[in-house]
Design a protein. Structure first.
Length: 482
């Protein structure tokens, strides 16, 4: 009974509970992957983009065609198309025939992301709706199909263009790929109506249909990683409910509740044969980081808390993915987080040993909202001064002091960074650290060293007022021990 209650609570608040629970991490035994993860952990800051035909409607990505009564998805559905699900879905799929992002210029995005200090990009090659943003040979539900106006554009192979533009500017590239595919007949079989987010037929009864889905998924991923799209560094697999389940897990799923209603009505094991998939894609790219999100096991090389920051340092590689505005996909009226908030978020994540993957949803024309460019520029200005306190740092055991101060250290442990979220006064006292007499203390962005003394409370530091006035957003002290 107790177990049931916990499961129900976890399912009702899945995003609230997940980041702070102790998660199981299964390190990849392959030393090449371990080395790549070390490198990746030094980057700290990446860009996520959610882009598809849905951006034309200012709605949530994909979810409005999911036949679950989810307030945040059906709201979008009801807005313009009444209550007829079938009509709605037809119109949604028709968005392919109007998608024409003539302003698409991934070089511009990559320049701005680079100036902001981002080091890697993850791009939605295919979201749950199944629309492919690359020239797949396996379906015509894709941007390069003749029925999509953008197919006539020389840059219509969008994912390839994005990956090349970012790679040319030194970024690592990652493919977001949804395992569930709500357009594929092998997942939502037209023989039956779709029921919820899951495959809509019995896999035990129709194993050959499921095998077609497994093949389709493997072959699409081989297209993306096989060479035509260049070196892919990260495979970011979304839709964690598509996974192999034991009988016990199937039983547990039956008790899950979401928004007050059962969402996993089809709790069967949806096994896409990850071991063989990973073997095949790594035969093409042997150092590919694989992130089978939310599926505990060896194919989740790092963990991905969503829209939240864990409370403390996590003992494995992780990345918070978070929207720069409210929605993952483009919504013209969306509200963007302030630059202060975004920089504090980055620092908070880094102080706990994670990376921040910040999402921007491009518009249907192929542009970012002006606010997105402005935020990237502000973050870039801050990074130019303070980047040394971000890249390659490692968490310091006392990573925070109250809510508004954070700490990290350099890999060799000789340098500590102190991040002050509020503009400091000339004299501040830090309680979390001790500093030896021969240390050197500086505010980043200023050449002057700061005087300091040990007091009974901690270390008292005097920062030149002119140095304080030079900085904004978050002030960073660098303490070097010799
Ligand atoms: C949420 C959304 C999904 C999105 C993902 C990104 O799970 O439901 O649409 O792609 O977040 O992390």
């Amino acid at each position: 009974m107790k177990k049931k209650l916990v499961l129900i609570l976890l399912a009702v608040f899945p995003f609230v509970s997940s980041a702070n629970e102790p998660k199981k991490y299964f390190p990849d035994p392959d030393t090449t992957i371990q080395r790549r993860l070390e490198e990746w952990q030094d980057f700290k800051f990446g860009l996520l983009m959610h882009w598809g035909t849905y951006s034309q409607w200012n709605i949530v990505e994909s979810w409005s065609i999911c036949p679950e009564d989810l307030s945040w998805a059906t709201g979008a559905r009801k807005k313009d198309y009444g209550n007829d699900y079938n009509d709605y879905r037809k119109s949604y799929e028709n968005l392919k025939t109007t998608f024409n992002p003539v302003k698409f210029d991934p070089g511009k995005w990559a320049d701005c992301a680079k100036a902001a200090g981002m080091k890697y990009v993850i791009f939605t090659t295919k979201h749950h709706d199944g629309f492919c943003m690359w020239d797949t040979k396996l379906t015509d539900y894709k941007v390069t199909d003749a029925a999509c106006p953008f197919s006539a554009n020389p840059h219509s192979n969008i994912a390839q263009e994005v990956f090349s533009a970012f790679r040319e500017r030194g970024f690592w590239t990652g493919a977001y790929f949804s395992k569930p595919d709500w357009h594929s007949d092998f997942y939502w079989w037209k023989k039956f109506p779709p029921v919820d987010r899951n495959a809509n037929y019995s896999i035990a009864k129709y194993p050959e249909q499921w095998q077609k889905f497994v093949n389709y998924t493997h072959n699409q991923l081989l297209e993306l990683t096989g060479g035509d799209y260049g070196k892919i560094d990260i495979l970011w697999l979304d839709g964690g409910w598509v996974r192999k389940k034991t009988n016990e897990e199937v039983e547990e799923t039956l008790t899950e509740v979401y928004e007050g209603s059962r969402w996993a009505r089809n709790p069967q094991s949806q096994d896409i044969d990850m071991p063989s998939l990973v073997k095949k894609v790594r035969a093409k790219q042997n150092d590919l980081i694989v992130v089978d999100r939310d599926v505990p096991g060896p194919y989740q090389n790092y963990l991905t808390p969503e829209q939240q920051i864990p409370d403390s340092i996590l003992p494995y590689p992780w990345e918070t993915c978070m929207t720069m505005a409210n929605s993952w996909s483009y919504v013209a009226t969306d509200t963007y987080k302030t630059s202060d908030k975004l920089i504090e978020t980055l620092v908070d994540v880094v102080s706990k040993g994670g990376n921040l993957l910040l999402n921007i949803g491009p518009s249907p024309e192929g542009e970012y909202a002006p606010e997105a460019y402005a935020r990237l520029a502000d973050i870039g200005k801050w990074m130019n001064v303070n980047g040394e306190a971000i890249y390659g740092t490692r968490p310091f055991v006392n990573f925070k002091e109250g809510d508004r101060i954070r700490y990290t250290k350099s890999k060799d442990g000789k340098t500590r960074f102190v991040y002050l979220f509020d503009e400091p006064t000339k004299n501040i006292t830090l309680k979390n650290i001790t500093v030896t007499k021969t240390a050197r203390v500086k505010l980043l962005g200023s050449a002057t060293t700061c005087k300091f003394t040990a007091t009974s409370e901690g270390v008292s530091i005097t920062i030149p007022t002119s140095a304080i006035a030079n900085c904004k957003n978050v002030w960073v002290l660098r303490i070097d021990e010799f």
